[in-house]
Design a binder for this molecule. Structure first.
Ligand code: ZN
Ligand code: ZN
Length: 329
């Protein structure tokens, strides 16, 4: 494991003694710093933030907020667990909200892929309750396990943050890794017995909507969620180069991808028009409607390479192939 800068080494203490008196841990980090009067007590999060700001003016606001969070919680596993779970809930439901509005307003109906099947608010509410239950019972333990596992392989929570380029290429790799895992597991889940026992739940909605992205059996959530969590862990195991901020951004982008793919809307400005290998709602909606093909999550290449894509072009290609085969017989 790479050596952790002294600045943050304190956050990995096993015990969590609250600092005696009013001296915050942040100030304890910087021995040269003297304690001045603070507006907020150092025991609070904002107290920590103020102390860190005073003694570490070279840090960016984001880095100060970050250090204050880990310093305030005093337990890395807990700090990462809470942060990951809150980010997950905020961005999953936050990203679903615009789709709920769009569905209820009906003004974008011309862009709805299955325009006759607009979900009712009641349907969406029932779905939200189910998903929330799954988040607390299945995803929470998985999220909690992430930090100790990744830390074992050299996960960094220190500052400064990695460069935008480092985060970008790592997240791109996670997308490719997760998509591969998703393709093969999802395809396997469509095998008769597994479909009946596990995946049928997710296919309850033949015309999906944003909130339905994580409407699935707990076993499926574990299997497919493993791809999201283990991709960065595997990366970290091989390279020893992963910052947990990259992991947070990865979670957010993966959530956006999943919610949007289930939105049921295809716009002229949808991403796949600019990135032809991007899957999006255009790709996944057909999977829900036809129950076959289009198994990957983010990209189209696995479906194309293994001839499981379900698009008008693919159907035409297969028809032509059959005709050709018949002619040569
Ligand atoms: Zn499926
Ligand atoms: Zn789906």
């Amino acid at each position: 494991m790479p050596p952790r800068p002294a600045f943050l080494r304190y956050t990995f203490k096993k015990t969590n003694p609250k600092p005696a008196g009013s001296i915050s841990r942040a100030l304890m980090l910087n021995p040269g710093t003297t304690m001045n009067s603070t507006v907020l007590p150092p025991g609070t999060y904002w107290g920590q933030y103020q102390d860190i700001t005073k003694s570490n003016t070279h840090l960016s606001v984001a880095e100060r907020l970050w250090v204050a969070w880990y310093a305030w919680v005093q337990n890395d596993v807990l700090a990462t667990g809470i942060m990951s779970f809150v980010i997950h809930e905020l961005f999953y439901f936050g990203r679903s909200l615009p789709w709920i509005f769009i569905d209820s307003l009906g003004s974008f109906n011309r862009y709805k892929i299955q325009s006759s099947k607009v979900p009712s608010l009641r349907e969406q509410w029932d779905c939200a309750k189910f998903v929330l239950l799954s988040h607390f019972t299945v995803e929470l333990p998985q999220i909690w396990l992430f930090h100790p596992m990744a830390q074992f392989f050299g996960l960094s929570t220190s500052i400064p943050f990695p460069s935008p380029w480092t985060m970008t290429y790592q997240i791109a790799i996670f997308f490719v890794m997760e998509d591969t895992w998703h393709y093969f597991c999802h395809r396997a889940l469509h095998w008769g017995p597994l479909y009946k026992a596990i995946h049928k739940v997710h296919h309850q909605y033949s015309a999906p909507f944003g909130l339905a992205a994580e409407y699935a059996s707990p076993i499926e959530v574990m299997i497919l969620g493993f791809g999201t969590v283990s991709s960065p862990i595997l990366w970290c195991a091989f390279t020893g180069n992963l910052h947990i901020l990259t992991m947070y951004i990865w979670i957010v982008l993966r959530l956006f991808q999943a919610v949007d793919a289930h939105s049921g809307y295809e716009f002229p400005w949808s991403l796949h028009h600019f990135l032809p290998f991007w899957a999006g709602a255009d790709h996944h909606d057909l999977h829900h409607e036809k129950f076959i093909g289009n198994y990957s999550s983010s990209f189209r290449w696995w479906d194309y390479l293994l001839d499981t894509d379900y698009t008008p072009d693919a159907l035409k290609r297969r028809r032509e192939k059959k005709v050709k085969a018949k002619k040569t017989q």
